[in-house]
Write a protein that binds this ligand. Structure first.
Ligand SMILES: NC(=O)c1ccc[n+]([C@@H]2O[C@H](COP(=O)([O-])OP(=O)(O)OC[C@H]3O[C@@H](n4cnc5c(N)ncnc54)[C@H](O)[C@@H]3O)[C@@H](O)[C@H]2O)c1
Ligand SMILES: [Zn+2]
Ligand SMILES: [Zn+2]
Length: 339
């Protein structure tokens, strides 16, 4: 039984796993599949070393089955298919008490601040488990976490049914936001510098446009106004400069992308058009529930977002191939639970 271990910048090994103790109120999830995302790539590059204690097991987008149940846990049965909402808030601060524990200032993200899912058994608090229904396979279940991000982002946008949308960045999160918007009948433009990703967006009913043409396309579709809502999901300098020119007067910009550096951004346009800017970070429990319900009725539509499943021995390749372009979501198969 193997685990993936991060040992320092650009050092990942696959090692023998040692079964850990199971504390009370925790569950051991036998991990089936783990998705690799941009956060995992940042961690691999060493950008998160101030938060990570090495050796570290990465991973947070996963599916599995309940394998062991700690004392005091009554709501789970052995063998149930589950995914995990990987957030540990302090539960004690004003933000937590106001119902926003997902942005608790002391929030720990499991998989970064604590050991993650790329191991045969992931020991997590029972309260973080979400049941995966029959219609969703374990392979598809690894998409629930990024889909919950997208569901949260769309919820934060508080869309009007007639809103026209632009999404900047057609990575897994931008595509999932687009799929949710299209499912609700919104005309949805999406832009990216990666043509493969724009082709995928088109196959899901979005209108793909190159970054140099997105402003003109958005204006043409809206009598010159700009789109009602713009999602920034590229995390790029180019994306940051683009968004304020695409949005209509009194429109909304939802900032989803992680911008680790300061960006050039046109505040004059925000003022001039009375634009609202809204951040959107991870998810609440209800976003996981809604993501599961959404996926359960659209497994055939979402499955093609999984580009390739790598055996755990090839974990590094699952990371590196993402950086070469042409992929959407790579999964690592940790084990094959017998269900
Ligand atoms: N808000 C949250 O809680 C949350 C959760 C997950 C990911 N994220 C962030 O959201 C962003 C998207 O995540 P992802 O997994 O889809 O990442 P990704 O890196 O796969 O996708 C980003 C996309 O933006 C495109 N891009 C880069 N520069 C561009 C430009 N100038 N114009 C248009 N497109 C451009 C890239 O080609 C890529 O396809 C990342 O910044 C990620 O860190 C945020
Ligand atoms: Zn992720
Ligand atoms: Zn808190």
């Amino acid at each position: 039984m193997k685990q993936v271990t991060y040992r320092g910048p650009e050092q990942i090994t696959v090692d023998e796993w040692i079964s850990p103790e199971l504390p009370a109120n925790y569950v051991a999830v036998k991990v089936a599949y783990v998705g690799v995302c941009g956060t995992d790539l940042h961690l691999y590059a060493g950008h998160m070393d101030s938060r990570v204690t090495t050796p570290h097991v990465p991973g947070h987008e996963m599916s599995g089955v309940v394998a062991r149940i700690g004392a005091g846990v009554n709501e789970w049965k052995l063998g149930e298919k589950v995914t995990v909402r990987p957030l540990l808030p302090c539960k004690n601060c004003r933000t937590c008490n106001e119902g926003n524990s997902h942005i608790c200032p002391k929030l720990k993200f499991i998989g970064v601040d604590l050991g993650g899912a790329m191991q045969p058994e992931w020991i997590v608090p029972a309260e973080l488990l979400h049941r995966i229904p029959e219609q969703i396979t374990l392979r598809q279940g690894a998409l629930i976490e990024p889909l919950a991000v997208a569901i949260h982002d769309v919820r934060m946008a508080d869309l009007d049914p007639t809103d026209v949308i632009t999404i900047v960045g057609a990575g897994p999160i931008g595509l999932l936001i687009g799929i949710v918007c299209v499912s609700r009948g919104h005309k949805t433009f999406i832009t990216d510098i990666d043509q493969t990703r724009l082709d995928v967006a088109k196959s899901h009913g979005m209108i793909p446009v190159t970054p140099d043409q997105v402003e003109a396309a958005a204006r043409e579709a809206t009598n010159g106004l700009g789109t009602d809502v713009v999602f920034e999901v590229s995390g790029s300098a180019g994306g940051a400069t683009l968004i304020s020119s695409i949005v209509k007067p009194r429109g909304k910009i939802i900032v989803v992308g992680i911008h680790a550096e300061l960006r050039q951004f046109n505040l004059q346009q925000i003022f001039h058009k009375e634009v609202t800017m809204q951040g959107a970070r991870v998810y609440k429990s209800i976003d996981f529930d809604d993501a599961i319900a959404f996926l359960a009725t659209r497994t055939k539509e979402l499955e093609p977002l999984i580009t390739k499943v790598f055996p755990v021995e090839d974990a590094l390749e699952a990371y590196l191939s993402l950086t070469r372009g042409g992929s959407i979501k790579n999964l690592i198969a940790i084990s094959e639970p017998a269900i």
